[in-house]
Design a protein around this ligand. Structure first.
Ligand code: ADP
Ligand code: G6P
Length: 735
C-alpha cells in the first residue's frame, strides 16, 4: 500500500533530554500545528529534525529517541550543531525568512551558510530516498527544504513530489536579489505540484520562473525537462472541529474544572465589568509587527484617553529563533516598549498591558481565545496566520471581533473581519474604537459567515485538495500529450521507412531543425545539418520538404542551391528541386498597409519586440521582451487585431513568441495536402514544434507519422524532446 511521506524541518514534536529522560513538547508554528491534524501516523511517515543536535544525543539513548518519535509516526534526520547553525539559524532564518517577508535589510548572503543549506537539504533528500517506495507520495514543506524536490526527483524520477510553501513568495524584484535564485527555483521545480497559500504568492513565483529561468509557462503550468509542473494556491485551514469543540468545552466547564489561568482571567473580568480584553498572540518575530502594534496601542491611548482603564492588551509572544540577532534585538525592543507604555499609562487599578513571553499549553491558549473580546493580529507580512482562524473558531456564541492585517495571507479569506494596514496608526486606532463599540449582533453576523467558511475549508479539506491535485497532476502528465518516441517505436518507424516504395517528409525548420535564437537570422543552418538534409533528400523515392513560416528570401539564401524542396511563408510559396519559388496560393497583400502602423505602435511600446515583414504575412516577434510584459502585449495585440481584421479574409496565428497575421486560406496543413495529393505515398512523415505545425498534424491522413518537438498539447501522435533529438531521429533514415 502506498504511503504519504511528509517532510519538514520541524516535526510536530520537539525532543529535549533532561537527566537522561526524553521529554517531548508540541511544536509551535503554523506548519507543525496544522499538519499535525492531517498526519494520521498509522501508514504515513513524517521525516524531520527532532530539535536535538547530534552532539546532544547520547548513543545509549539513540534507540529510545527513535522509539519516542515512532510513537508520533515520525522519523528523524540527525543534524550536527554546525549544520543547525548554518542551515537553520543561518540560511533559512537569516537569508530566506527575512527576504521572503520583504525585510531586505535583514537578509544576509553568506556563501558558507548556502553551502550548508545545500548539504542539509541533501541529507533530508537522502533520508526520503532511502525510505520511499516508487508509488509513495512525497510532500515536502516550507522554505527550509526548497532544494529537496529536485534532489529526490534526480534519484527517483517517477515518484510523485508535492511542495508547499508556508510563507509568502516575494515579488520578482525582491527575489532577484538572492545570489542563488536560479538554484532555488530549480530545486522547487523538481516537484510535480507546488502549492502556495494565496494567488499573489503563486503569481510572484511564476513571474520569477519566467524571468529568471526563461521557462515556458502556460497559465499555471511550467514546462521543464519534458515534464509539466503545476502551480496552484491552497489556503491552509485549521482543525476547525478541534478548536470549536475546545471552545464549547471551555464555556461548559464548571468553576472547579477551570484552569488557574482561566480563573484569573475570570477574576479580572469580574473586577472590571465594562472593560474589554484585547488579545495579541504571535511567535516573537519581526514579521509579526508586535513592536508596531505596541506603538499603535500607545497612539490609541493618547488619541482616545476615554478608553484608559477600559481596555487591557494581553500580549503573548512565543520565544522563537533566539540565536538570531534580529530576534534578540526585537525581544529587547518589546520589553522596553511594554515597560514604557505600562509606566506611562498605569494607574493604581490598571496596567494597560499584560505581557507573557512563553509558550502555553493548548488549554490555556483556548482560555485566552474564549476570554478576549477582541483579537488584534497585525503582522507586517505573514504567509497565512492561523491564530486569526483559531480565534474565530473558538467563539462558540459567535461574539468577538477580529482586527487583522491585510498583509496576512488569511486576510484574503477573512473579509468580514476589520482589515487594516499595520503601518497606518490612524486606521488601526479607529478599528480599535470600532471593535470596542461593535454591537453584539454585528459581531455575530460577521463571525457566522467566517465560521461557516473556516468549517468548510478546514485543514483536512486543504490537505485532501493538495494531495488529490498532486495525484491528478501525475495522471494528467501521462495523458496530456502524445507518446514519447521510444527506441522501440523508432525502430518500427525506421522499418516502415526502409520498406516504403515512396516517401514524403515534411520538416519544419525553427524549433525543429534549428534551436531558437533571439535574432532569427542567427538560426542559420550549420554544416552538420546540411549534410544530414543532403543525405535524406538524395535518397531515391524520397520527397523531402522543408516547410516553414520563414520568408522566401531567407530560404533562397540558405537552401535553394541545395535543391531541397521547400514550402515557405506557411504555404504561400513552393520551390521544387532548386527551381525558383512560385506561388502555391493566390494571396493578397493590400491589407498590410493597414496592419503595419498597428504593429509599429506595439514595437514602440514594447522594448525588445520587432516586426518581420514577409511577402504575404507580417509577424510581430516578442522573444526578446520581458516575458510577462511581452505576453500581456501579445494578448492586447490579439484583441486589437480581432476587431481590425473582422471583414478581411485574414487570420492571426499565435506561434512561439510571435503573433503572425496572414491570409486565412494559407496554412501548412493545406500546403502539405496539396503536395500529398499530387502523388501516391506509402510513407508520410511530418515533424514540427509550433502551433502552426498543428495544421499539418491535423490534415495529413491518419496513417501519417506525425511528431511534435517538445512536450505540449498536440494533435501529433508522438513527441521528441528537442532539436538535438530531431537530428538523431532523422539520422535513422540515412543509416
Ligand atoms: P507562524 O506559523 O508564523 O508561527 P501562525 O499563526 O500561522 O504563525 O501559527 C501559529 C501556531 O502556533 C498556531 O497554530 C497557534 O495555535 C500556535 N501558537 C501560537 N502561540 C502559541 C503559544 N503561546 N502556545 C502554544 N501555541 C501557540
Ligand atoms: C513558520 C514557518 C515554519 C516554522 C514555524 C516556526 O510557521 O513557516 O516552517 O516551523 O514558523 O518556526 P521555527 O523556526 O521554530 O520552526
Amino acid at each position: 500500500m502506498s504511503k504519504t511521506i511528509i517532510i519538514s524541518n520541524r516535526l510536530p514534536v520537539q525532543l529535549e533530554i533532561h537527566n537522561k529522560e526524553i521529554k517531548s513538547t508540541p511544536s509551535i508554528g503554523g506548519l507543525a500545528t496544522g499538519m499535525k491534524s492531517v498526519h494520521s501516523g498509522s501508514n504515513d511517515l513524517w521525516i524531520g529534525w527532532s530539535g536535538l543536535t547530534a552532539e546532544n544525543i547520547p548513543t545509549e539513548l539513540e534507540k529510545d529517541i527513535d522509539a519516542a518519535l515512532k510513537e508520533h509516526g515520525c522519523s528523524k534526520v540527525n543534524l550536527t550543531e554546525s549544520e543547525v547553525d548554518g542551515f537553520y539559524f543561518g540560511f533559512s532564518n537569516r537569508t530566506i525568512w527575512p527576504l521572503f517577508h520583504y525585510f531586505l535589510e535583514y537578509a544576509e548572503f553568506e556563501l558558507t551558510n548556502w553551502e550548508i543549506y545545500k548539504a542539509v537539504n541533501q541529507k533530508f533528500a537522502d533520508e526520503i530516498i532511502s525510505k520511499a517506495d516508487d508509488d509513495d507520495i512525497i510532500w515536502v514543506h516550507d522554505y527550509q527544504l526548497m532544494l529537496v524536490p529536485q534532489m529526490v526527483k534526480n534519484k527517483k524520477p517517477d515518484i510523485s513530489i508535492g511542495f508547499f510553501l508556508h510563507i509568502p513568495f516575494p515579488s520578482y524584484e525582491i527575489f532577484r536579489t538572492l545570489p542563488w535564485r536560479e538554484e532555488i527555483l530549480l530545486g522547487l521545480l523538481g516537484s510535480d505540484l507546488i502549492g502556495f497559500h494565496t494567488y499573489d504568492y503563486e503569481r510572484h513565483f511564476l513571474s520569477s520562473v519566467r524571468r529568471l529561468l526563461r521557462l515556458e509557462v502556460s497559465f499555471n503550468e511550467i514546462h521543464i525537462d519534458n515534464r509539466i509542473v503545476k502551480v496552484d494556491s491552497f489556503p491552509m485551514g485549521i482543525d476547525y472541529k478541534k478548536f470549536s469543540e475546545a471552545g464549547k468545552a471551555n464555556s461548559l466547564n464548571t468553576i472547579e474544572n477551570q484552569s488557574d489561568f482561566q480563573q484569573r482571567l475570570n477574576a479580572h473580568k469580574e473586577s472590571t465589568k465594562n472593560a474589554k480584553l484585547i488579545l495579541s498572540i504571535d511567535r516573537l518575530d519581526y514579521s509579526k509587527g508586535i513592536a508596531k502594534r505596541l506603538k499603535a496601542f500607545e497612539y490609541f491611548l493618547n488619541k482616545h484617553p476615554k478608553y484608559k482603564e477600559k481596555v487591557r492588551l494581553i500580549i503573548l509572544a512565543v520565544p522563537s529563533r533566539s540565536n538570531v540577532p534580529q530576534y534578540q534585538l526585537l525581544k529587547k525592543e518589546i520589553d522596553e516598549l511594554v515597560g514604557r507604555i505600562n509606566g506611562e499609562f498605569s494607574t493604581v487599578n490598571w496596567t494597560p498591558i499584560w505581557y507573557f513571553y512563553r509558550s502555553m499549553p493548548f488549554e490555556n491558549l483556548i482560555d485566552l481565545y474564549t476570554s478576549c473580546d477582541i483579537a488584534w493580529l497585525t503582522p507586517i507580512r505573514d504567509g497565512m496566520n492561523l491564530v486569526a482562524k483559531e480565534y474565530i473558531a473558538t467563539r462558540t456564541d459567535k461574539s468577538g471581533v477580529l482586527i487583522l492585517s491585510e498583509m496576512a495571507g488569511s486576510a484574503n479569506e477573512m473579509n468580514e473581519s476589520l482589515l487594516i494596514n499595520p503601518n497606518n496608526f490612524e486606521q488601526t486606532s479607529e478599528a480599535l474604537c470600532k471593535a470596542i463599540n461593535m454591537p453584539l449582533e454585528e459581531q455575530q453576523e460577521r463571525n457566522d459567515i467566517l465560521q461557516k467558511r473556516l468549517e468548510r475549508y478546514n485543514v483536512e479539506k486543504w490537505a485532501n485538495d493538495f494531495i488529490n491535485s498532486l495525484k491528478n497532476q501525475k495522471e494528467a502528465g501521462n495523458i496530456y500529450v502524445s507518446r514519447k518516441l521510444s527506441t522501440k517505436l523508432l525502430d518500427s518507424v525506421q522499418n516502415n521507412y526502409t520498406n516504403a516504395k515512396k516517401r514524403l517528409l515534411f520538416i519544419d525548420y525553427d524549433g525543429t531543425l534549428a534551436a531558437f535564437k533571439n535574432d532569427p537570422q542567427k538560426a542559420k543552418p550549420d554544416q552538420e545539418l546540411y549534410t544530414l538534409l543532403d543525405e535524406i533528400s538524395s535518397q531515391p523515392n524520397t520527397h523531402m520538404y522543408l516547410i516553414s513560416g520563414r520568408d522566401k528570401e531567407t530560404f533562397t539564401k540558405w537552401f535553394l542551391h541545395k535543391k531541397y524542396n521547400m514550402i515557405v511563408e506557411h504555404g504561400v510559396w513552393i520551390s521544387k528541386a532548386g527551381e525558383e519559388f512560385r506561388m502555391l496560393e493566390n494571396v493578397k497583400r493590400d491589407w498590410m498597409e493597414k496592419i503595419y502602423p498597428v504593429l509599429e505602435s506595439f514595437v514602440d511600446r514594447t522594448p525588445g519586440s520587432f516586426i518581420e515583414e514577409k511577402n504575404y504575412s507580417m509577424a510581430w516577434h516578442y522573444r526578446k521582451t520581458d516575458p510577462d510584459f511581452g505576453q500581456k502585449r501579445a494578448t492586447e495585440l490579439n484583441t486589437v487585431l480581432t476587431s481590425l481584421i473582422a471583414n478581411d479574409d485574414l487570420s492571426v496565428l499565435n506561434g512561439n513568441k510571435v503573433v503572425e497575421i496572414k491570409s486565412s486560406n494559407v496554412n501548412k496543413g493545406r500546403a502539405a495536402m496539396r503536395v500529398f495529393n499530387d502523388d501516391t505515398y506509402d510513407f508520410v512523415f511530418a515533424i514540427g514544434d509550433d502551433w502552426t505545425d498543428e495544421f499539418m498534424f491535423q490534415e495529413l491522413p491518419e496513417t501519417a507519422i506525425t511528431i511534435k518537438v517538445g512536450l505540449q498539447k498536440t494533435a501529433a501522435k508522438y513527441y521528441v524532446d528537442g532539436t538535438k533529438e530531431v537530428r538523431k531521429l532523422l539520422n535513422h533514415f540515412i543509416n
